[in-house]
Design a protein around this ligand. Structure first.
Ligand code: COA
Ligand code: AMP
Length: 635
């Protein structure tokens, strides 16, 4: 039997023995009593009774074990023209000091700390400092508006918020402090303290009662030691889009997370301790948590923290420059980044300028990888290009080509096969397994492996309703797809209203909630239309209240501004079209899927349940007028 097949079989047939063995990569203060605690099934916990500390395993253990002088983190920032390296010893000391600063502000085990920062080393230091104390961090992406930050503050109720004066987007500074102040003004549960890093390009105004500057917070504090934690204690909360405007607080534990990530670094990514691994993702996303911060450090690698873009900082050679300069062996990014590079440098001229001989593999995730992009990357880089599939909830890959175990042939359009630990199935609406080649909801048989989210922050019921109730005994991924006769998985589409914009996950429902709040809007629908660069982008269709006679363009522009103000620039919401009516089923369900097909110029059938088929023609005309295609043909 092949190595992958055997490992996969063992992970499912003997999960406790499998993961207990993997847990040998982590240092434990006390051994676990049960590898898998199923006493509250379908809520499962891994390594119950075990005690450890994630920060110790990511830093102190390596300092003590001979990696003190090895670079742990390389900060590369083309937007500020800076490069800085922290050895494991330096990073450990910086984290211990900042943990001391947090402790001096009263932060203890179990307290929440929101980290709202750009891609600067202090953001990583703040995350690891929380882990050191057993405080629960929640990193909020900088591209969200104050309102999104506010909902996260209200839910997490942080004792302290760590922020910075600004982030840097090409051509503009993103002022964090006014957004932070507005968010705090809007919530009932105010943090006790905000620690603000003043960056040289912009000084934020501090509130002397509430805010303290990063360096002042460090003054005179004692470094803090690692606190021994239960393996099942939460490490962090990361909010992700739900079907409503209320984001879901995905929880991650300490023990299972450390074990799974450490296992994945060698077996999936084929990286060894001491090598340089770069996940070019913002720390506001789960990829940034798992593979910019925790995974590489737990494994004793050097990680790269990149404050820049794939293009424009300064050009489409930016990634190649980083790979050469820092001797990167593995790059992980989203297909959209490669589409952006290819758009500007289709012949790969920039690639020829750099020495990429150390690069061994490229991993892509976050959205469906179109075969064209995959092929281009393979031809240009001449290394294995691995499309792999996972979600914020799962925390690490569910489907991948595990090149550290056994490299399988690539089938474009497929992220390859389920990863050991993940019992992935395709079912029908009744939950019966589908034969090879037939499409259906993708589900994972419980228990999920270590590292996956055990529940939502303070919301067990919502976790159960969202993920576990539809197909009892299974986790519902909310993706649909199929498995072919060779066991290759194809992920085709979301089954809910989530769309994927430049590798970022957005809820069309949340955008609709914002549009519905416009005083002139009676009803609305948001659909994700195809975009050559970003995969999908959202557009809005608005039905106005009776008697509203203002110019439609003006209302459309206001709607666009409203979404930017309420959700943030990351929504990439640039177009709202006024229409007379929306197509619906007889039971009143808006036919978003059909409208999306019309906008994309795809074939569509008129649903049998439609209330008034003539509305589809009206929509087609409105979309065409707005620059979207008319259907190629219509059944
Ligand atoms: N803080 C503030 N604003 C931000 C931001 C941040 N951290 N990140 C993005 N934005 C803003 C952008 O400036 C842009 O604003 P604009 O409307 O004023 O132009 C808007 O949000 C949309 O951003 P984005 O969709 O990222 O577009 P872009 O044109 O800036 O960049 C790519 C396009 C493809 C280069 C970029 O999306 C990318 O690198 N994506 C990789 C995705 C990724 O890392 N995913 C993580 C999972 S692997
Ligand atoms: P996020 O939680 O932001 O990581 O987004 C997860 C979603 O992105 C998944 O549910 C999929 O819809 C999509 N996704 C991620 N990776 C892939 C992939 N390799 N192929 C297809 N879709 C993907």
């Amino acid at each position: 039997m092949q190595r992958l097949e055997e490992t996969y079989r063992r992970s499912l047939e003997e999960p406790e023995a499998f993961w207990a063995e993997a847990a040998g990569a982590i240092e434990w203060d006390e051994p676990w009593q049960r590898v898998l605690d199923d006493s509250r099934a379908p809520f499962y916990r891994w390594f119950a009774g075990g005690r450890m500390n994630t920060c110790h395993n990511a830093l102190d253990r390596h300092v003590e074990g001979g990696r003190a002088d090895q670079p742990a983190l390389i900060y590369d920032s083309p937007v500020t023209d800076a490069v800085a390296t922290f050895t494991y010893l330096e990073l450990r000391d910086a984290v211990a000091r900042f943990a001391g600063a947090l402790a001096a502000q009263g932060v203890e085990h179990g307290d929440r700390v929101i980290v709202y920062m750009p891609m600067v080393p202090e953001a990583v230091i703040a995350m690891l400092a929380c882990a050191r104390l057993g405080a629960i961090h929640s990193v909020v992406f900088g591209g969200f508006a104050a309102n999104e930050l506010a909902t996260r503050i209200e839910d997490a109720k942080p004792k302290v918020i760590v922020s910075a004066s600004c982030g840097i987007e090409p051509g503009r500074l993103v002022e964090y402090k006014p957004l932070l102040d507005a968010a705090i003004d809007a919530v009932a549960s105010k943090p006790q303290r905000c620690i603000v890093l003043q960056r040289p390009m912009l000084q934020a105004e501090l509130d002397p009662q509430r805010d303290v500057e990063w360096n002042d917070a460090l003054a005179g504090v004692e470094p803090a030691a690692c606190v021994s934690l239960d393996a099942t204690d939460p490490l962090y909360i990361i909010y992700t889009s739900g079907t409503t405007g209320q984001p879901k607080g995905i929880l991650r534990d300490n023990g299972g997370h450390a074990v799974a990530l450490a296992w994945s670094m060698k077996n999936i990514y084929d990286v060894d301790p001491g090598e340089v691994y770069w996940a070019a993702s913002d720390i506001g996303w789960t990829v940034g948590h798992s593979y910019t911060v925790y995974g590489p450090l737990l494994h004793g690698c050097t990680t790269v923290l990149y404050e820049g873009k794939p293009v424009g900082t300064p050009d489409a050679g930016a990634y190649w420059r980083v790979i050469e300069q820092h001797r990167v062996c593995t790059l992980f990014t989203a297909p959209t980044a490669f589409r952006a590079i290819r758009q500007q440098d289709p012949e790969g001229r920039q690639i020829e300028r750099y020495d990429l001989s150390r690069l061994r593999a490229l991993f892509l995730a976050g959205e469906r990888c179109d075969p064209d992009t995959l092929k281009w990357a393979e031809e240009q880089l001449r290394v294995p290009v691995v499309d792999h599939y996972w979600q914020t909830e799962t925390g690490w890959p569910v489907v991948a080509n595990c090149i550290g175990l056994e490299r399988l042939p690539v089938v474009p359009g497929s992220p390859t096969k389920p990863v050991p630990g993940w019992d992935l199935r395709v079912v029908d609406d009744e939950g019966t397994e589908r034969p090879a080649g037939e499409i259906g909801p993708l589900v994972v048989k419980l228990p999920l492996p270590p590292g996956s989210s055990p529940t939502l922050w303070n919301a067990d019921v919502r976790f159960h309703e969202t993920y576990l109730s539809r197909f009892p005994g299974y986790y519902q991924t909310a993706d649909a797809g199929y498995v072919d006769e060779n066991g290759y998985v194809f992920v085709m589409a979301r089954t809910d209203d989530i769309i994927n914009v430049a590798g970022h996950r957005l809820s069309t429902g949340a955008i609709e909630e914002v549009l519905a709040a416009h005083p002139d809007v009676a009803e609305c629908a948001v659909i994700g239309v195809a975009d050559a660069l970003k995969g999908q982008i959202p557009i809005g269709l608005l039905v106005l209240k009776a008697g509203v006679e203002r110019a439609h363009d003006e209302i459309g522009d206001e709607a666009v501004r409203l979404v930017r103000e309420r959700i943030g620039p990351v929504a990439v919401f640039k177009k709202a079209i006024v229409v007379e009516r929306l197509p619906k089923t007889r039971s009143g369900k808006i036919l978003r899927g059909t409208m999306r097909r019309i906008a994309d110029g795809d074939e569509y059938t008129t649903p049998a349940t439609i209330d008034d088929p003539a509305i589809l023609d009206e929509i087609a005309v409105a979309l065409e007028r707005a620059g979207y295609s008319r259907p190629i043909s219509r059944a």
